[in-house]
Design a protein around this ligand. Sequence first.
Ligand SMILES: [Zn+2]
Length: 391
Amino acid sequence: MKLLVKMFSKLANWSFLGAIVLVFNLFLLDIYSIYPCDWPCPDCSDENFVKVMILSDPHLLGKRKGHPVDQFTREWEMSIAFQLAKSIRKPDVIIFLGDLLDEGLTVDENGFDKYVDRFEKIFSIEDPIEKIFIVGNHDIGFHDRVAAYPYLRKRWEKAFNSSLAKLVTIKGIKFISINSMAIEGADFSLVQEMENYLSVVDEQLTKSNLPGDPILLLHFPLYRINDDICHEIDSQKGQDRLNNFTPGVESLSKRTSDNLLERYRPRLIFNGHIHSGCVVNHTKHDSQEWTVASFNWRNRQDPNYLLLQISPNDHSIVKCFLPTEISIVITSILCLITLCVSTKIMGKLVDSHSPKSQPKSKPKDNKKKDKENHKPVSKGEIKKRKSKEKN
Ligand SMILES: [Zn+2]
């Protein structure tokens, strides 16, 4: 039993030490990745430039599909990386491009509230940083589900201050957010409601006398056949590049995409959903589309985010990569081995310099004496001893 307690306490000590090493290691690796990836235009200190951090697809796991260890590890990794990037870069605006919750469409009301609380703790954003949240299919479902269960959309819009379509102007820069799942599909009333919201945005843009074309934000990429046209470091690899997209599932349809490009003439478009990066130039409309990779290590080895510096007439973008999960694991193991070996060496050094301690076992002579003292004594011997004592 004593041995078991000793082993358990040793294991607890090492687990505690291991956790400290892991946190410290991840912290250092994140700083090592985040710090050199600075704002792309250091000379753009002009007040007209807005600093924007853009992330996509964090997919916070739910209870149905997620394993608690997977959930805890990845959310802890994302939280440390996000908070460090936010504190070091100090953006004016942070944009999430959808699929914030992996099971947002299946949880009940109570579960949804807890989910939102968790998201707000992991990705806490304090004033005065502005925030824009784009809805994804994992948050409320694809078109059919959104049409059949309007409460899924309503509760998400309430929690994340969103609507089907919205114009948000921040420091003179116009951002249009769009619900990709509602903009097209079989349900006429949902598509019509969406159209009403888009008409309001049209009106606001017409009335606005601010210079510069707007920025379009949505979850689905605009129509493309597949990812074979993507040549970013974080673009899809191998056969996945050639898998054709299904409009309404992997991207918007060509008709809806062309309509958005014609209608708003956005100079920049940002979306996510594919979990891999891509840049598409829509030369006809003088527009550039950025598909942002997932921020979660669960979805890819090298999560990343964008830093955008933008004024009414100019912009610069840089992609910032976080450390790969394999490098986190390898360096953590190396740190633990180093710690273990150095602890043993230090222990031996201390022992060799300390005064020799008393041996735990009794000396052999004493043992002999003990044996003699405990030898059985005969009655005759006892009588002899007593007579000696009298004399
Ligand atoms: Zn998605």
